[in-house]
Design a protein around this ligand. Structure first.
Ligand code: ATP
Ligand code: MG
Length: 562
């Protein structure tokens, strides 16, 4: 597809410029990148940025991207997360081919290299408690203090490190540290921890290990083992780069990857932290990792967001060196763009109000042509049945309309989409005064939506035939957080109470109940919707992916909140 090719050609940004120059100047024969998630949660839209960047660059420059599980902390990691991560990366449209790896594949090699550092006098076993180490680390303005164990002999260090591995000591009793410089201006170089004792079973290595490498130690060496050329990460790791390079310089690694940092994705109304997202799930504040309000890939997918929209969004955001916050509306823009092109149109009435057309013969049914896509004749058309009793949207009627309300009201004529002009003649109310039915008449000469005498109407309404409509639950979503405070202690308190609105009994065109109707659709005049996996025979559930217009921006600008 032309679209797809254009989407997948190399754009320009500072990282792609570096890659291009490295290839042109022969510093690398081909590019190898990696996406290294820790399998302790589901991926979110921030990760999608990193995925699109790493897999995108590999694809555009003819290299490959490794998918590597950064599985160095067995207390937090689970196989279920690994499965979910793979499903999400694949769904986003990227392929790692044979390049699926685990940091745990390298545990033995990492251990051997740690032994080399000890032998070279560049690592030592420290018996201080975590608290003592923290106090001795110093601050940004004060240097740290050397550990009393820093000058242990190589032999004693080797012995203790072997015994750490053999399981002789309890959790936290000792660590292995690099011997670099406790007075360094960069705190990451103040004798960072390489190994800690953790008596925990690992999902892959089982009970083989009771010491586990730190992120800083495992990460760069895993890159080197895999021959990664460009190790692309987010800006928080800029200060870790000197340590990344120190390991590479001091170990006999088979390759010399270089680390480059880019700005992480931040989105308004959204928290992109696995810790917080985990709390929301564990605390039952959302319906799971794939709750359609979650910024996870799984949540966005269930919400009906197509992968092309996420790729388009990431492309529009671009790759920069300075952190910023992107408007959520920008993501919605990409979602609307993608869905407007790809979805068929259907009619659905969310809050039904009965219309009875008094001069339409009882029992008569007409099959009217309805186009599936206004800009795509190839999408064809379908039949919708018109009859004496219909449902229209409650919001499309006002008994005492203000000046600019052109939809139904007593005496007013409107067009029913694909159907006839109707005029409201009488309003029927129940005992409490609520409007329960509109008695209308139709003009048989207006079939197809135009009057032969040329008279105009100001509004076209969607509708469904009462006799054939199917009932459905519809879930409308707003931001999970209206205005999250990034430093809040308890995010659950800040959940937008209106983030989920349940509509128990919407009425839909019967085609939407077909077994194979799983594609996202546009409900005319309402937005983009998709069938939720909660649907069961006899109980349809639809999610609103996004409305047709950016109503949030308008409402919040008006200062009225939501
Ligand atoms: P946490 O949110 O708990 O700090 P994490 O998001 O860093 O964890 P990882 O699994 O380590 O979790 O992330 C994998 C990769 O995704 C890392 O290379 C990281 O830099 C990148 N990444 C994470 N969040 C974002 C983001 N918001 N924007 C861009 N890239 C991100
Ligand atoms: Mg991380």
């Amino acid at each position: 597809m032309a679209d797809e090719t254009a989407e997948r050609t190399a754009g320009r940004d500072f990282i792609r410029d570096i890659v291009r120059a490295d290839l042109e100047q022969g510093r690398h024969r081909s590019v190898i990148t990696r996406f290294p998630p820790e399998p302790n949660g589901y991926l979110h839209i921030g990760h999608a940025k990193s995925i699109c960047l790493n897999f995108g660059i590999a694809e555009e420059f003819g290299g490959h991207c490794n998918l590597r599980m950064d599985d160095t902390n067995p207390t937090k990691e689970e196989q279920a997360y690994i499965d979910a991560i793979k499903a999400d990366v694949a769904w986003l449209g990227f392929s790692w081919g044979p390049h699926f790896h685990h940091a745990s594949d390298y545990f033995e090699q990492l251990f051997e290299w740690a032994v080399l550092l000890i032998k070279a006098g560049k690592a030592y076993v420290d018996d201080q408690s975590q608290e003592e180490m923290r106090l001795a680390r110093g601050t940004l303005t004060e240097p740290g203090r050397n550990s009393p164990f820093r000058n242990r002999s190589v032999d004693e260090n080797l012995d203790l490190f072997q015994r750490m591995r053999a399981g002789e000591f309890p959790n936290g009793a000792r660590v292995l540290r690099a011997k670099i410089d406790m007075a360094s201006g960069n705190i990451n170089l103040r004798d960072p921890v390489l190994y800690r004792i953790l008596h925990a079973e690992h999902p892959r290595t089982g009970k083989a290990w009771c010491i586990y490498p730190s992120y800083d130690y495992a990460h760069g060496q895993s890159d080197a083992i895999e021959g990664v050329t460009h190790s692309i990460c987010t800006l928080e790791f800029e200060d870790h780069r000197p340590l990344y390079d120190w390991f590479i310089e001091n170990l006999p690694v088979p390759a010399r990857p270089r680390q480059y940092e880019f700005a992480r994705l931040n989105l308004t109304h959204t928290i992109l932290s696995k810790r917080v997202l985990t709390e929301l799930v564990r605390g039952g504040h959302v319906a799971g990792w794939d709750d359609p309000r979650m910024p996870t890939i799984a949540g966005l997918r269930r919400r009906g967001v197509p992968p092309a929209a996420i790729r388009d969004f990431v492309k529009r955001v671009g790759v920069a060196k300075a952190n910023s916050v992107v408007e959520y509306g920008m993501l919605e823009f990409s979602v609307r763009e993608a869905l407007n092109r790809s979805t068929q149109r259907r009619m659905a009435v969310l809050r039904p109000l009965k219309v009875v057309i008094e001069n339409y013969p009882e029992g008569q049914v007409e099959e009217l042509d309805a186009v599936n896509h206004p800009d795509d004749p190839d999408a064809g058309s379908r039949k919708v049945s018109f009859s004496r009793e219909l449902w229209v949207e409650r919001d499309d009627f006002m008994e005492n309309p203000p000046k600019k309300f052109f939809r139904l009201s007593p005496g007013r004529e409107v067009r029913l989409r694909y159907g006839y002009f109707i005029t409201c003649r009488e309003v029927v109310k129940d005992a409490s005064g609520e409007v329960v039915e509109l008695r209308c008449t139709y003009d048989p000469a207006t079939r197809g939506g135009n009057a032969p005498d040329g008279r105009k109407v100001q509004a076209t309404l969607h509708w469904v035939s009462a006799a054939t409509a199917v009932s459905a639950e519809v879930r409308l979503y707003e931001h999970l957080f209206a205005n999250p405070e990034p430093d809040a202690a308890d995010f659950a308190d800040q959940i937008n109470p209106r983030s989920l609105e349940l509509i128990a009994d919407a009425r839909l065109e019967p085609a939407l109940a077909a077994d194979n109707a799983h594609e996202p659709v546009q409900f005319e005049r309402l937005g983009y919707f998709c069938r939720d996996p909660d649907s069961r025979p006899g109980r349809l559930v639809f999610n609103r992916t996004v409305g047709l217009r950016d109503t949030w921006a308008k409402v919040s600008r008006a200062g009225s909140g939501r």
